[in-house]
Ligand binder design. Structure first.
Ligand code: PAF
Length: 287
């Protein structure tokens, strides 16, 4: 595996692939890799000739009161895992090169970046969109893989790729969960045992909400059920909503439905989602 720590090293690592016209796949990460990331890497290994995984804890997507300084980092372990997955290039740029002194330009996401996670974390999606644009421009991938776990991030990136004609095929991989249902996240290391159990109520809420949406065909009832399921387990609920998966506007029974939940277990903010295909007569199928 080639380890590129600068733009120049990345360029020379990718030079042979480009001259031979091989397809390049990118999995952008912030490191602290878990099985969810590895499922993206495996999809990339199967779907592209050359696989690049970036590891960069992007300061622009953290708010001033968030955990940038303490965000889990374990570079040696991450690189071993990527080597085992037969990744071709690990790209670990420095903050100084990614954001040179005087850097002011960023991507404006619009309304989709200001609701739900964007309302809870102002500026977060501008930071994500900016770093993903930079990674796309540096790596120039044919295909890039992202987790369905961060559904709003996925929608923001898809919108951006269309709006800015970035020419990258964006693909999603299903959320990977612990046995109890808690979605894997690098931030799960912050949870103690009780918080981890409370965290599992997010997935329970999504399943209960999907059942109500199917049986009662009632969005408000589904949202209420999700809130109650999380609150009963002691989770500090932020939102529970049923939305259109592309726009995150209220669900209108014309598309798939995306059920969204967010809450806090202790100091840790947790999010999860479930894509369902409700049909008024046949009930819903998990997509
Ligand atoms: O999902 C993440 O890990 C990050 O938001 C991403 C896409 C790597 C951008 O920093």
């Amino acid at each position: 595996m080639n380890i590129a720590r600068s733009f120049a090293e990345l360029r020379s690592a990718l030079e042979p692939a480009r001259s031979e016209g091989r397809t390049v796949g990118l999995v952008p990460t912030m490191g602290a890799l878990h099985d969810g990331h590895l499922s993206l890497v495996r999809a990339a290994r199967a779907g592209a000739d050359v696989v690049v995984v970036s590891i960069f804890v992007n300061p622009r997507q953290f708010g001033p009161a968030e955990d940038l300084a303490t965000y889990p980092r374990n570079e040696a372990r991450d690189l071993d895992l990527l080597e085992d997955e037969r990744v071709d290039v690990a790209f670990l740029p420095s903050s100084e090169e990614m954001y040179p002194p005087g850097s002011t330009t960023s991507v404006v996401v619009g309304e989709l970046g200001e609701i739900f996670e964007g309302a809870a974390r102002p500026g977060h999606f501008a930071g994500v969109a900016t770093v993903v644009t930079k990674l796309f421009s540096l790596v120039r991938p044919d295909i890039a893989w992202f987790g369905q776990k961060d559904a709003q991030q996925l929608a923001v990136i898809r919108r951006m790729v269309t709006d800015l004609s970035l020419g990258v095929d964006v693909r999603a991989c299903p959320t990977v969960r612990e046995e109890g249902g808690l979605a894997l996240s690098s931030r799960n290391v912050y949870l103690d045992d009780a918080e981890r159990r409370r965290g599992a109520s997010l997935f329970a809420a999504l399943r209960a909400g999907a059942h109500v949406l199917e049986s009662e065909q009632n969005v408000a009832a589904a949202e209420k059920t999700m809130r109650e399921t999380m609150a009963v387990e002691g989770l500090d609920v932020d939102y529970a909503a049923v939305v259109d998966p592309d726009t995150f506007k209220p669900f209108e029974w014309e598309s798939a439905a995306l059920l969204l939940v967010a809450g806090r277990a202790g100091k840790t903010r947790l999010i999860d989602n479930l894509l369902v295909l409700p049909t008024p007569d046949r009930g819903s199928t998990e997509a």
